[in-house]
Design a protein around this ligand. Structure first.
Ligand SMILES: NC(=O)C1=CN([C@@H]2O[C@H](COP(=O)(O)OP(=O)(O)OC[C@H]3O[C@@H](n4cnc5c(N)ncnc54)[C@H](O)[C@@H]3O)[C@@H](O)[C@H]2O)C=CC1
Ligand SMILES: CC(C)CC(=O)C(=O)O
Ligand SMILES: [Mg+2]
Length: 348
């Protein structure tokens, strides 16, 4: 019996990078005598077009009965009408909530070969290696929304239990690393952030005294990420701040097309690149598949397929070291999604 992987390609470049992942996993299966049973299900805009809903029940059921879920990306201009009743993004939020994946882990490493791909000075990027631990099923993305005649509201809510469980994840991660935990909030303004800060301070002091905990306001954190990125080890933050800061952090690596993520809770894990559906390049076959392939490597590691995960990560590193770079990393390149995928397979 093989591993059952529910694949949710979604929209825009989502199907392109999902195909890369399927090809790489098929090659991993062959090389390591594993078996992955991969089936595709609808989510996002394509699901709205086909069924009227951004997350059909069939997809939820398939995810719940899978060993792991891979998601490409959802959304795009076709479904962006501000008055639309349903949106692709609702499907992704509902999926995260249905699967209970409250912790989104977004690691950031800078590949030596790509020091020049970032607009930052190479000397700032040396030794940059941190991970963003983002709360994924609470906060303003999930609060009540209201639209009146001349106003709109989005509620932001966090409970002590929600903050504690994500703090535990971040602490466990910090204990395996440099033991520096930066908790990011906006406690000078927001009540939810004051709760966040209280809970994190108490939880770390009581359970992880070896960890150096620092609190940072989100606005100045955004600055320090660029000014002194090698300072950071584990960044712990709430849903929206983590979403924004991790996209910002991707500039350090050289492209959004490099950042992988895992979304975990009690049950099945969800693995997705941090980027969106990139409508500006969709359909051209030039999307960078490495973020998705590295997300698949996180999936393999989570499934305890350690040597397979190592092989995929090493293969991506080798492809990058050998200049197999899509256009987001090298403006003069003609390397396609397919070329980059085949290079990874070759280096497995
Ligand atoms: N997890 C998801 O499915 C997410 C979906 N979205 C949705 O994606 C749509 C587009 O959003 P944007 O703000 O444009 O963000 P985006 O992440 O799709 O694109 C931002 C920029 O990064 C580039 N980029 C992203 N991934 C790339 C890749 N793999 N290779 C090369 N270049 C890449 C794009 O070409 C674009 O210039 C929206 O509908 C949004 O709601 C946005 C973020 C996450
Ligand atoms: C599309 C949104 C629901 C979320 C997002 O941007 C993300 O998780 O990175
Ligand atoms: Mg995002």
């Amino acid at each position: 019996m093989g591993y059952k992987i529910a694949c949710l390609p979604g929209d825009g470049i989502g199907p392109e990078v999902t195909d890369s992942v399927i090809e790489v996993l098929n090659a991993v299966a062959e090389k390591f005598q594993q078996s992955f049973e991969m089936s595709k299900y609808l989510i996002g805009g394509c699901a709205i077009d086909a069924t009227g809903e951004p997350l059909p029940q069939e997809t939820i059921d398939a995810c719940n009965s899978a060993d792991a879920v891979f998601l490409g990306a959802i959304g795009g201009p076709k479904w962006d009408d501000p008055n639309a009743k349903v949106r692709p993004e609702q499907g992704l939020l509902k999926l995260r909530s249905e699967l209970g994946v409250f912790s989104n882990i977004r690691p950031l490493t800078v590949f030596p070969k790509l020091l020049d791909a970032s607009p930052l000075k190479p000397e700032l990027l040396k030794d940059v290696d941190f991970v963003v631990v983002r709360e994924l099923t609470g906060g303003i993305y999930f609060g009540a929304k209201n639209r009146g005649e001349d106003f709109a509201t989005d509620e932001c809510r966090y409970s002590i239990q929600e903050v504690e469980r994500i703090t535990k994840v971040a602490c466990e991660m910090a204990m395996q690393r440099r033991k520096i935990l930066t908790s990011v909030d906006k406690a000078n303004v927001l009540e939810t952030s004051r709760l966040w800060r209280d809970v994190v301070s108490r939880y770390v002091a009581e359970n992880y005294p070896e960890i150096t905990l620092e609190h940072q306001l989100v606005d100045s954190c955004a600055m320090k990420l660029i000014q002194n990125p090698s300072h950071f080890d584990v960044i712990l933050t709430e849903n929206m701040f983590g979403d924004i800061l991790s996209d910002e952090a991707s500039v350090l690596a050289g492209s959004m097309g490099l950042l992988a993520s895992s979304s975990l809770g009690q049950g099945v894990g969800l693995f997705e690149p941090i980027h969106g559906s990139a409508p500006d390049i969709a359909g051209q076959g030039i999307a960078n598949p490495y973020a998705s392939i590295l997300s698949a490597a996180m999936m393999l590691r989570w499934l305890n397929l350690t040597k397979e995960a190592d092989a995929v990560e090493n293969a991506v590193q080798q492809a990058i070291a050998n200049d197999v770079l899509t256009r987001d990393l090298d403006a003069t390149s003609s390397v396609t999604t397919k070329d980059a995928t085949l290079a990874v397979i070759e280096y497995l």
